[in-house]
Design a protein. Structure first.
Length: 253
């Protein structure tokens, strides 16, 4: 089960954290992986790790907010592998700031990277996937995305972008189902990544957060990757337009 031999995957934000874990996991299931991010050297390190384990991958520099770069990278993947089957829309930023202090530029940066970037990549991916009548688009959102009772101070622009991902994905799932493309969302809870570590959360704040998580620990990137592999596989063929919360029980508390 969950074997991806012959499939071609592209991961955005693939140089570290969850994106790196997703790239490694896809390669471990025999997918060919395009590891993309804004830092080509770090993408190369992930590719080297994949190849050392017997996998196949290529590193590509891409700014997801730049449509010309997105098209150039997707063109290179198609030239290299002849097709695209799986997109993991993982690229994103988390730069907390209180709502009264967010500048217009900061708002636009968050929305452009977290939401616009996912749209541009999904749109181009669907164009390629429709040619083979098979595709899996997996968009990464957050448990803090609205309508589930999880908000937090300093996250107005972040939660707006993540809630937008869920709404966008549901519509894409409807429009692209006739094309053989399944579109789903993974909404992680608190995951131990460089992005979270760099957000400056105090030990007290983290302890308070863990009190809301029944499993009483922060999640690992590989625990999100397991959901990515499932949704990318044939076994998830009857799942589209869904949001999977991987949160240690946060929403159940």
């Amino acid at each position: 089960m969950f074997e991806l031999n012959g499939k071609v995957a592209l991961v955005t934000g693939g140089r570290r954290g969850m994106g790196k874990a997703h790239s490694l996991a896809l390669a471990s299931q025999a997918a060919k992986v395009a590891v993309t991010d804004i830092d080509l050297a770090e993408c190369q390190l992930v590719v080297d790790e994949i190849k050392a384990k017997g996998g196949e991958a290529i590193p590509l520099k891409m700014d997801v907010t730049d449509k010309s770069q997105v098209n150039e990278v997707f063109d290179r993947v198609i030239k290299e592998y002849g097709r695209l089957d799986i997109l993991v829309n993982n690229a994103g930023i988390f730069e907390p700031k209180m709502a009264l202090d967010i500048t217009e530029e900061e708002w636009e940066r968050m929305i452009h990277i977290n939401l616009k970037g996912q749209f541009l990549c999904a749109q181009r991916a669907a164009q390629e996937m429709s040619k083979n009548k098979w595709g899996r688009i997996i968009n990464i959102a957050s448990v803090a995305s609205g309508q589930v009772g999880v908000g937090f101070a300093g996250g107005a622009h972040y939660t707006a972008s993540k809630g937008g991902i869920i709404g966008m994905s549901e519509t894409m799932a409807i429009e692209w189902a006739p094309l053989g493309i399944n579109v789903n969302v993974i909404a992680p809870g608190a995951i131990d990544t460089p992005m979270v570590q760099g957000a400056g959360m105090t030990k007290e704040a983290m302890a308070g957060l863990m009190q809301r998580v029944p499993l009483k620990r922060i999640g690992k990137s590989t625990e999100i990757s397991a959901a990515v592999i499932f949704l990318a596989s044939e076994e998830a063929s009857y799942i589209t337009g869904a949001t999977f919360y991987v949160d240690g029980g946060w929403l159940a508390n």
